[in-house]
Structure formats: C-alpha cells, structure tokens
Design a protein around this ligand. Structure first.
Ligand code: AMP
Ligand code: ZN
Length: 469
C-alpha cells in the first residue's frame, strides 16, 4: 500500500516513505498551556491523530513528539496575574490537555517535551547560529536570526524575498507575511517577564517560541526527520522559522514533508481565543455531547478544507453513530461465539475502498462512505439471512481495522452500556415484566417514555437492549 500526502512545501501530493527503516518520525506542534484548549485546537490534534493511525494502519512504526509550550507572553502574563510560579500556573492546563486527549480518543504521542525543560538545548542551537554568522544581538538585549543571510529562507511559505527589508526586525512571535524580517531567538528580560528568566551567555532572558520546536524536534527525532505538522496558521512564521533555525545550524534538510490542516471555523471565521468565538471540549461535554460525537465531527471533513462547526453537525454525528452501533450490535448478535470465517467479497471491497481513501491524503469523509456502504450491505444481507455467524465475526474484525484509523466505532460504547442510570434501568425492568404478561400496550408506552428520556430499546432474542440515543 502506498500513502500519498499533500506536502505544503512542494504544494503537491507525494508518496510518504520513511527516511530510515520502517519508522516514521513525526513532530506535531502542541498546545500553549495558558488555558483550556478549544475544539479548533482539537481539530489540529485529531487530524494528527488520524495521520498517526493511518501510518500505523500501513504497517509502519511511529515516533511522535508533541511539544508543550509552557513559556511565552500568554503563560507569563497568566502566572503574573495569579501571582504564582510559571510551572504552577501551567500544570493544571497540561493535566487538562491530557484529560481532553482521552475524551477524544486521541492516541498519546511518544514524547511530550516541555519548553522550560529544554533551555540548554535551545542555548546550544543559538550558539551554533552565532558560529554560522546567522544570529546577532540587538541593542534591546535580544538575539535575532538574520533572515537575509539564509538563502533558502521563505521556501515553505513561498515568500517574496524581494520584499525583504534589510535589518527589519519583528519581536513578536506571530506576525503577517508582509512584515517579515529578522525574528527573535532569545528575548532579553524586561519587567513584563517578572521572575520568568534564564541566564544565557548573552544575558538574561527567555527563548522565542520558534526556537523551542527546532531544538526539541532535533533532540528527539534527529537533525532530519520525516514529517512535521500543525494548523495552517503555524505555517508562517512558525514553521518557516523552525526550518531556518534548524537548517541554518546543521546545513541538512530539516523535514521531509510538511502537512497542515485548515481551520475549524464558526460563522466563516477561525475559531480562536482572541475572537472569543470558541467552545472548549468541556463546554460541549457539559451540553451533553460525548467525546465520541465531537471526535466524529472533527474528523469528518477533509483536513485541508475549512470545517464549519455547528450543532447540526453534532446532531448528524449522533444519528450516524447510532446507525453504526445498530449494525455492530446486529453483527455481534449474529456472530455469537463463532470463530472468524472468511470475509465475504462484498465486505472485502469495503476494506479496499477504505484503504484507498485514507491513503489518498487522508480522505476521511470518503473512508466513512466506505463504512456506511458496508453498513447498508450488512443490514440487507442480515435481513435476507445471507450472512453466516463466521462471516459476521469476520466482518466485525474488519470493523476493528477501520476503527484502528477512525477511533469512533468501538470507542465510548462500553461506557454507554455500563452507565445506564437507575431510573432508566427501572423502566427497562418494568417493561420486561409487562412483556412477560403480554401487555404490549404498556410495553410500547414504556418504550416511548424511554425515548423521551433519550434512550432507545430494542428487543432481541437475548432480551432487551437499551442504548442512549
Ligand atoms: P496554539 O495553542 O494556539 O499554539 O495552537 C495549537 C494548535 O492548534 C496549532 O497547531 C494551531 O495551528 C491549531 N489551531 C488553533 N486554532 C485552530 C482552529 N481554529 N482550527 C484548527 N487548528 C487550530
Ligand atoms: Zn511548533
């Protein structure tokens, strides 16, 4: 099987193959831990989770590194406002981030390095850039990267180097393409930084945001590695500057392929903290949506297309997942304790189209189309008694293969079953009694009552099966 991904550098689809052995080394820009991540951030992290799972689905091993940005303007401001040390301020947000990953069934990365634990590596990198004549100290005590001195600067963002204003500097970590210039590697201490300060051979200060990713990526993945990703807003200046720092220091190609996801939007605008148009994962869970439903919405759009967040989409996810659940339940019932037999040829075709879709630049909407085709075919085959128990068991195995990529088919269901509240269980039990008395009218009335409380009930030969809508 061949994986083709869109490389933001070449702006075309290319075959992804590991640079070394059977292992793909992936760096994914992680959260700035000054607040709870919003679901726009989680669009980026679910995209990267799908990428990771597709790589594994194709039989490769993976080493993924995701950094935690625990020092920048926003974290420093937050710590000062609360009057606590920086690490004390960021710790609960780091914990919340890991908790949220679990809620969304995002597989953990192999390493989560925090910027503040890697200051020596960053200082080494600055030293190398001085040695190459690419870094200089300015009068404000900060150290800048001289973009004019690196011929390849601008290759990822396709910058117009003619527009380069010699000696122009930007001290902010984020800025527009039009105002590009020399960027800060190290920010000299000022009073806004309070007690957040490190010593360096060039004076007291703290690292620039871009520097941390180059230093930590090379520490954990080597000077050249396979894949680097983030949201599209990371492409410039963050990733351009990461390349400059790494390639400037080593003279070697930093990354083989760059991938970026488009934004999650609300009413046509990027979901972001600064616009205030965001939902955290916690907001949506409180409104009664499950991590499984939210994950479904976040992954079910092509990652390079902007995705509009709506509650209608969450509702549609609930309905789609219920269709999958019903099919899985029916297959499970049919399979009973049978061993897996051969997969019928019509189901085998679904596997083929599923693999083709995910390997064609992570076309997840298309892969869901394969899943729903299979659901339709299974339903009609079961209806016509056209599936043996062994085949049903084999198709369930196939669904597990799909789920190794999608992570929404099995995930969260056991939990749903285990958590039937007492009042619902009481109604279910009462219904069993009236059914044994053949009181069908009362049985139907209880079914309706359960439905109005958000629970569906199905009668099978092993009794009643209850499930949350
Ligand atoms: P930040 O914490 O702002 O550094 O962002 C962490 C990650 O989330 C980065 O990869 C961003 O590109 C990504 N991101 C931020 N907002 C959005 C959004 N609305 N849609 C998709 N990705 C986003
Ligand atoms: Zn980064």
């Amino acid at each position: 099987m061949m994986m083709n991904f869109y490389n933001s550098m070449s702006r075309s689809k290319e075959e992804m193959k590991p640079l070394e052995d059977n292992r793909i080394r992936l760096y994914t820009c992680g959260p700035t831990v000054y607040n709870f991540a919003h679901i726009g951030n989680f669009r980026a992290y679910t995209f990267e989770d799908i990428l990771r799972r597709v790589i594994k689905f194709n039989g490769y091993e993976i080493t993924q590194v995701m950094n935690l940005t625990d020092v920048d303007d926003k974290t420093i401001r937050g710590a000062i406002e609360q009057g606590v040390a920086l690490k004390e301020f960021t710790a609960p947000f780091i914990q919340a981030f890991f908790d949220d990953l679990k809620v969304l069934n995002i597989e953990p990365a192999e390493v989560y390095p925090a910027a503040t634990d890697h200051i020596p590596e960053m200082l080494d990198l600055i030293q190398k850039l001085f040695d190459k004549g690419l870094a200089y100290k300015s009068d404000d005590g900060s150290i800048y990267f001289s973009v004019a001195k690196l011929p390849g600067y601008g290759k990822l963002a396709h910058l117009d180097r003619e527009k380069l204003r010699a000696g122009a500097r930007v001290s902010q970590d984020e800025y527009e393409k039009e105002s590009y210039g020399d960027f800060a590697l190290w920010k000299g201490w000022d009073e806004n930084d309070g007690g957040v300060v490190w010593d360096s051979p060039w004076g007291k200060g703290r690292p620039g945001w871009h520097l941390e990713c180059s230093a930590m990526a090379m520490k954990y993945l080597g000077e050249s590695f396979d894949l680097h990703t983030g949201g599209i807003d990371n492409l410039f200046p963050h990733h351009e500057n990461e390349i400059a720092q790494a390639e400037g220091a080593t003279g070697k190609p930093f990354v083989n392929m760059w991938m970026h996801c488009a934004h999650l939007r609300v009413n046509g605008e990027k979901m972001s903290k600064s616009l205030g148009n965001f939902f955290t994962l916690r907001d949506l869970i409180e409104k009664g949506w499950s991590g499984r439903e939210i994950r479904y919405v976040l992954i079910n759009g092509h990652y390079r297309q902007p995705l509009n967040f709506t509650f209608d989409a969450l509702n549609a996810a609930r309905v789609s997942l219920a269709r999958i659940d019903e099919c899985i339940d029916a297959l499970t019932e049919k399979a009973g304790t049978a061993e897996q037999g051969t997969i019928p040829s019509w189901a085998q075709k679904a596997l083929q189209s599923f693999s083709d879709a995910v390997n064609d630049d992570l076309n997840i909407p298309e892969s869901f189309a394969s899943v729903f085709n299979l659901v339709r075919e299974v339903n009609s085959a079961l209806h016509n008694d056209g599936v043996s128990s062994e085949e049903a068991a084999a198709i369930l195995g196939l669904c597990n293969n799909f789920d190794a990529v999608l992570g929404v088919i099995r995930f969260g269901r056991a939990q749903q079953r285990a958590e039937i509240p007492e009042d619902i269980q009481a109604l279910v039990d009462a219904r069993a009694v009236v059914r044994s008395e053949k009181n069908w009218a009362e049985s139907d009335r209880i079914r309706d009552e359960l439905a109005s409380l958000g629970w569906s009930i199905r009668d099978s030969k092993d009794g009643q099966k209850v499930k949350k809508f």
